[in-house]
Design a protein around this ligand. Structure first.
Ligand code: PRT
Ligand code: ZN
Length: 206
């Protein structure tokens, strides 16, 4: 039987729990930090370690058969992949936030304002839904410092505990979308025996 390939995050917030989930499914593999691909000894599966941003694209193109990634990344990359299983970890919410003393109190106050984010695609469609015209400033990280530096009036970023917002003098005022880690699959995997066995094991672990 041909091995399936699953892409998981190489390092970062989803890496450890993704590895743990696969190990809890009884899969025997070495979690080499330096090797970007590893073969499971007792199951027809290879594991690819990638940047999370690249995972939906690999699955959409069929280079990987499966992937574990946050819903926020699937939406932001607008990838056509199939949702196979919610995994219950990596929970967070993409929120709009402003400096504590800002006059912006609700979504409609964002008209004509600038918003810094690493999620321009999701933010753009959210603003369109609310018929808000705002200037989206795309930056790749440290979004929380943008208002303090004068780059933007507001931010749209991932929040889990809220600690980062607070320590940067920001307060959230609206949720854009919630997210958790998802097992995704490429098209054409219906009735694949390896996938069915893996799904059964994942569901019993969860
Ligand atoms: O290197 P690579 O590109 O793979 O990783 P990355 O740096 O892009 O992503 P990473 O590892 O930070 O996050 C991976 C995924 O975890 C995200 O895509 C989300 O689906 C999920 N996730 C869950 C989070 C958080 N919680 C989270 N708190 N992603 C990011 N954060 C950041 C957030 O950006 C903010 O800076 O943590 C900060 C806020 O945390 P709190 O607890 O202070 O609110
Ligand atoms: Zn990333």
């Amino acid at each position: 039987m041909k091995n399936l390939k699953i892409a998981i995050q190489k390092s970062g917030r989803l890496n450890e729990k993704s590895v743990q989930l696969l190990k809890n499914c009884g899969l025997d593999f070495e979690n080499y930090k330096s090797s970007l691909i590893t073969t499971v000894a007792n199951f027809n599966l290879e594991i690819l370690f990638l940047r999370d941003d690249d995972i939906p694209g690999y699955v959409e193109q069929g280079i990987a058969d499966l992937g574990i990634v946050g819903e926020n990344v699937i939406d932001e990359t607008a990838s056509k992949v199939n949702y196979l299983q919610r995994l219950g970890f990596g929970k967070c919410t993409l929120k709009l936030a402003v400096p504590r003393d800002s006059a912006i109190k609700e979504i409609k106050d964002l008209n004509g304002k600038s918003i810094a984010t690493s999620y321009p695609v999701i933010l753009k469609s959210f603003l369109e839904e609310y018929k808000i015209s705002a200037d989206i400033q795309t930056i790749s990280g440290s979004v929380e410092i943008a208002p303090g530096l004068g780059l933007s009036d507001a931010i749209c970023d991932i929040v889990s505990t809220g600690g980062t917002l607070k320590s940067n003098g920001l307060k959230p005022f609206a949720d854009v979308r919630s997210s958790e880690a998802i097992l995704i699959g490429r098209d054409g995997l219906q009735d694949n025996e390896i996938l069915n066995e893996l799904l059964q094991r994942i569901q019993s672990v969860l």
